[in-house]
Design a protein around this ligand. Sequence first.
Ligand code: P6P
Length: 338
Amino acid sequence: MSKFTSLHEFIMDRQAEFPFASGELSRLLNDIALASKIVSRDVRRAGLVDHILGAQGETNIQGEDQQKLDVVADEQFIKMFQFGGEVCGIASEENDDFMAFENEEAKNGKYVVLFDPLDGSSNIDVNVSIGTIFSIYRRISPDGTKATLADMLQKGTRQVAAGYVLYGSSTMLVYSTGHGVNGFTLDPSIGEFCLSHPAMKMPETSRLYSMNEGNIDICHQGIQDYIKYCQGEEKETGRPYSGRYIGSLVADFHRSLIKGGIYIYPAVPSAPKGKLRLLYECNPLAMIAEQAGGIATTGYERIMEVEPTELHQRVPYIVGSKKMVQQVLDLIQKADLK
Ligand code: P6P
């Protein structure tokens, strides 16, 4: 039985590791945890929203407009960032443009946060796990001025922290500040995130692959070759691979982090640059993957080295166990040489 460590205690204990250990990043991480608890409560009630508390788009019995859960989550995080005192601006999957906060509390904020408030929200109706993904940068524009687009369009290598919240069978918050990866599970009976997965390491290999195989015939030949290998067409002896695809990025990624595996969302004709977003999906998970010993790549470039050019930029995404991703890269290179 190990000692109970709350997220708050853990952050304070590790504060000295932060490059700017003046407590600002600690407070920001605690703000994210608080907003996540509120979103977790709302997610757990989602099934009631449409069927008992009033359908989205209608007014509920309190006469309140029933909003889509991802809009509610987006507003929850934005409010937390805007008035938390550490953030001068944000970019969100739910908002076309970035937001430069102008209120008094935010003008001295030293950080910007890019996030997807509720990724996979189309799965809510079928009660499948969903997640929040966040990426934190130091602003590059002068303190005290309005946040700029340049603050948002920074390479993934410049993230000071990144992580995700998985609203699954339990609610977990997993994050890194560049000193490894740690996972915290929410104990709803006390409303605390408790350190449950210290020093997380992604297994170097596994037999779990995760891809929407509806794309198998319309993606890069090297990826087709890899999936066919996993399906056993060219494999010697040994247990077959298993396909696992939840269709919720955070859930599929989290499984790879715990059990090992590879997640692939390639470029396809309907999404020639890939489907997933660089800034608030791929980069934060790439930081977690690399900090845990994994790899995250477009197939040709390290994800965190991709130069951002626009907020909602998409990239092909291959992320997971080192040996599995390397095998895909080798097959892509081999296919390109033919
Ligand atoms: P497809 C959810 O919409 C999402 O952005 C990710 O969470 C998920 O991995 C992917 O899209 C699923 O996409 O095309 O397989 O339905």
